[in-house]
Design a protein around this ligand. Structure first.
Ligand code: GDP
Ligand code: MG
Length: 586
């Protein structure tokens, strides 16, 4: 633990539980009450009440709150250093009495480097990493734009934790991804939202996801600092889906928040490194800004157009722009869902989507009418192939029309229903994860059992080998003894036998016998060596098999770990884990 103990640990021994995806127990009333008291705390602080005394001021005047670190009052971050603004000098009022400045915290004697501040702060932040909940000091920025505009790429420039680029978290309960990094000692959350042109999700589903996330954030007093809307400058003209996406975006925000929108152009360089000339790009921007349905009205209402060249510095500059404004915006969709308690289909954004759907439906119906005419012609011409094709087209258009009806129906919902849907989806996801985990565990167990079986087999073989060796040794010893005995007897006979001819005969026998014995020994030795080689070869095989098994076990274990990581990650996207029990209030 660092220099500054976590405030929660000062207060009591238990680690502090915010809306932690892992720690947060939704059924625990103690936790729920703590959550609400936490909200209260930040609210009190916002109103200028004194800080709780449990979090003593540091020697530089800074202080830890329950959830966050408060830099010393009067300090501002300037590049790499914190500069201290002296308290305002006493002004002399007209009547001559000095108007003393409000009593503030003690002025630190020497400036503290930002590095030190960031270090202590990131320590406290790191401690909170497992329990992410928003505090009022956090900066939340939504990143929007069509699919492929570069939202995920933009975010991954700033967030070190890796992020899926190119495709979203398809199977998860929400298409909204939240990431954060620390900028100038403040946590900056970047919200990756899907565009209204996703091939895997219908627009109504996307609207539900985005609206739900924004509403949940707002109902937890987490306000956006701004929105970054990314646009591909490489597009020669505003395509149908880009325009549609922009229309939806404007309705989500509403006019009043347009001054916190940054319209950032991306894709200035293609993948081969060929740049779009500034003149061309600027001409396109001018056209966008000059056209009313495009960015025209937006820029008039304070949206800012910037160029994002794809570098980290450029991304940071854009974020810093919003950071420096210290603005807090409420989007129309948030106001309408939370403050006005409207159903989703009564919000401006949903109505815009419904209009889009009606427009689409009319288009398909017009095409269907055209098909009928063609069909008449095809029948009169007796063109079988054409008829078949027309029939196929008809089915396709009818399906598309039905889809627009289904989407319109899907919008007839409210936050409570979405929350319930999400909870159900999340439970299902968890169930699937559990099932998968169980399967992996089974695999792992099977591998373990196989390994055990193999090891006991090895032991059995080892014992058999030992036994064989012992028997061989004993037999050899017996043979040697028999030979020695026989030799001794022959020697004895030689000594006692007087007849030279017989002596020679015995001598000859003895030599023959010795030779025979030598041969026997040699053969035994050869057989032993062959046996030994076979044994070693067998052992090598066994070792390889053992290593193979170990590798398989390791792979199964890795799969398990990856799955667990995935489970943890996925559970982070469940807004319930983010925002706690709040939806119950809707
Ligand atoms: N040339 C170029 N490619 C980019 C840029 N930003 C993103 N891309 C690529 O565009 C594709 C889509 O980007 P992604 O970040 O997934 O878009 P998203 O759908 O908005 O999240 C990816 O292949 C990126 O590598 C950029 O500024 N220039
Ligand atoms: Mg993306």
């Amino acid at each position: 633990m660092g220099k500054h103990p976590h405030p929660a640990q000062q207060e009591n021994d238990e680690p502090f539980q915010t809306m932690s995806p892992r720690l947060y127990n939704q059924d625990d009333p103690a936790v729920t009450s703590r959550l609400s008291s936490d909200t209260l705390l930040t609210h009190r602080q916002a109103k200028g009440h004194s800080q709780p005394s449990t979090f003593p001021r540091q020697d530089d005047g800074s202080r830890f709150g329950q959830n966050a670190y408060y830099p010393p009052e009067g300090s501002r971050y300037v590049d790499n250093e914190v500069s201290y603004r002296p308290p305002p000098a006493a002004r002399v009022e007209v009547d001559g009495t000095p108007n003393l400045p409000p009593r503030g915290p003690p002025i630190p004697k020497k400036p503290v480097s930002l590095a030190r501040l960031e270090q202590s702060q990131s320590e406290s932040i790191r401690q909170q990493e497992s329990s992410i909940g928003f505090t009022k000091n956090d900066i939340i920025i939504a990143v929007m734009g069509v699919t492929g505009a570069g939202k995920s790429t933009f975010i991954s420039l700033l967030v070190e934790d890796k992020i899926e680029i190119g495709h979203g978290l398809q199977s998860c309960t929400s298409a909204v991804g939240v990431y954060y990094f620390v900028h100038r000692g403040t946590r900056v959350f970047l919200v990756d939202t899907p565009g209204f042109d996703d091939t895997n999700r219908s627009d109504s589903e996307i609207l539900k996801d985005v609206a739900f996330w924004l509403a949940a954030a707002y109902s937890n007093k987490a306000k956006l600092a701004g929105i970054i809307y990314l646009h591909r400058i490489s597009d020669v003209r505003m395509g149908g889906s880009a325009l549609r996406n922009l229309r939806m975006f404007k309705r989500l925000c509403g006019e009043s928040s347009l001054n916190s929108v940054i319209l950032a152009t991306t894709h200035w360089k293609d993948t081969n490194g060929v740049s779009i000339p500034d003149a061309t790009g600027n001409a396109r921007i001018d056209e966008l800004v000059g056209t009313n349905g495009f960015w025209g009205g937006m820029v008039d209402r304070g949206s800012q157009v910037v160029k994002h060249d794809g570098s980290k510095a450029s991304a940071l500059e854009i974020v810093d722009n919003l950071y420096a404004r210290r603005a807090r915006v409420i989007l129309d969709i948030q106001r309408q869902l939370i403050d006005q308690k409207r159903n989703l289909d009564d919000t401006d954004a949903a109505q815009a989507l419904q209009q889009e759907l009606i427009r689409e439906r009319k288009e398909f119906q017009r095409k269907l009418e055209g098909l009928k005419e063609d069909m008449k012609e095809a029948i009169s011409e007796n063109d079988g192939k054409w008829q078949e094709q027309l029939q196929k087209d008809k089915i396709e258009y009818e399906a598309k029309i039905n889809k627009t009806y289904a989407e319109t129906d899907a919008l007839r919902t409210n936050l409570k229903k979405i929350a319930e849907e999400k909870e159900a989806q999340f439970k299902e996801l968890q169930r699937q994860m559990e099932e998968q985990k169980r399967q992996y565990q089974e695999q792992l167990d099977a591998r373990d059992a196989e390994m055990k079986e193999f090891q006991s087999e090895l032991r059995r073989r080892q014992e058999a080998h030992e036994q064989q060796r012992r028997e061989d040794n004993e037999r050899n010893a017996r043979q040697q003894a028999a030979y020695n005995e026989k030799l001794a007897k022959t020697e004895e006979r030689l000594r006692t036998e007087k007849d030279e001819a017989i002596r020679q005969q015995i001598e000859h026998e003895r030599r023959m016998y010795e030779k025979y014995h030598e041969q026997q020994k040699e053969e035994a030795e050869k057989a032993r060596r062959a046996q030994e080689e076979k044994w070693q070869w067998q052992q090598r095989l066994d070792q390889e098999r053992e290593q193979q098994l170990e590798r398989e076990r390791e792979a199964a274990r890795e799969k398990m770990a990856a799955l667990e990581l995935k489970t943890r990650k996925r559970s982070r996207w469940n807004p319930k884990r983010w925002f706690g029990e709040k939806y119950r209030d809707y």
